[in-house]
Design a protein around this ligand. Structure first.
Ligand code: PLP
Length: 236
């Protein structure tokens, strides 16, 4: 029987091999385990295998899971779309929000981050390919948004996150990830102290790492295939 421990090890080997192929140090790429739709038991199993960073898409589901696993050394990342009426929940529950794509959401997260918690780590989600997935700031609007978010008091802007449409082949994956890398480098050149380029999922870990990803977000290759997202949850 394949366990989460086995699949985590296999994903770790893919990351290490991709880093070697790209001449990068394996320590430069973090693994975010995307546990959406899987229960607290699956998170616990991965945690026991040494995985500490977990990504969730649906805020209500995530909040229940986070509450069910108190006092553990887990770093929780929100990677799903956030409506303004859910910012308080996100600000209080997560260590990172990677799906910020407009200033209003960032301002609310900053205002609602509870006093006494560390600043909320933020990635700006970029609509890198103008694909059917319409979430994400347009590349031309990114520099202005980045400067504004970097100035908010209770947030720490860490970098960018992308969810490209599936590409036909490796060359296509590489091309879209390279565009994200260029946007990231341009912001760094403007003086923003960014350290996170969150890109690459189960199907394109290798291309993302070749292009400079510092965090791959991997769900199905660790936890198995998911049922299709329910419409109501996808909208929250
Ligand atoms: C579900 C999801 C992932 C993981 O996708 P897999 O293909 O299962 O690895 C990564 N990032 C985001 C934003 C997701 O919604």
């Amino acid at each position: 029987m394949t366990t989460i421990c086995n699949t985590l090890e296999a994903v770790g080997e893919r990351i290490a091999a991709a880093c070697r192929a790209a001449g990068r140090n394996a320590g430069e790429v973090r693994l975010l385990a995307v546990s959406k739709t899987f229960g607290a038991d699956a998170v616990q199993e991965a945690l026991q295998a040494g995985q500490t960073a977990f990504g969730e898409n649906y805020l209500q589901e995530a909040a229940a899971k986070i509450d069910a696993l108190p006092g553990l050394d887990i770093e929780w990342h929100c990677i799903g779309p956030i409506q303004s009426n859910k910012t308080r929940l996100a600000a209080g529950k997560f260590d990172w929000v990677q799906s910020v794509d407009r200033l209003k959401i960032a301002e609310r997260l900053s205002e609602q981050r509870p006093a006494g918690m560390a600043p909320l780590n933020i990635c700006l989600q970029v609509n890198i390919d103008g694909g059917a997935n319409k979430s994400g700031v347009a590349p031309q609007d990114l520099p202005e948004l980045a400067r504004a978010v970097a100035a908010l008091p209770n947030l720490r802007l860490r970098g960018l996150m992308t969810i490209p449409e599936p590409a036909a082949d490796y060359a296509g994956q590489l091309a879209v990830h390279r565009r994200a890398r260029e946007l990231f480098d341009a912001l760094v050149a403007q003086g923003l102290p960014l350290d996170t380029l969150s890109m690459g999922m189960s199907g394109d870990i290798e291309a993302a790492i070749a292009a400079g990803s510092t965090m791959v977000r991997v769900g199905s290759a660790i936890f198995g295939s998911r049922p299709p997202a329910p419409a109501a949850a996808a909208a929250d």
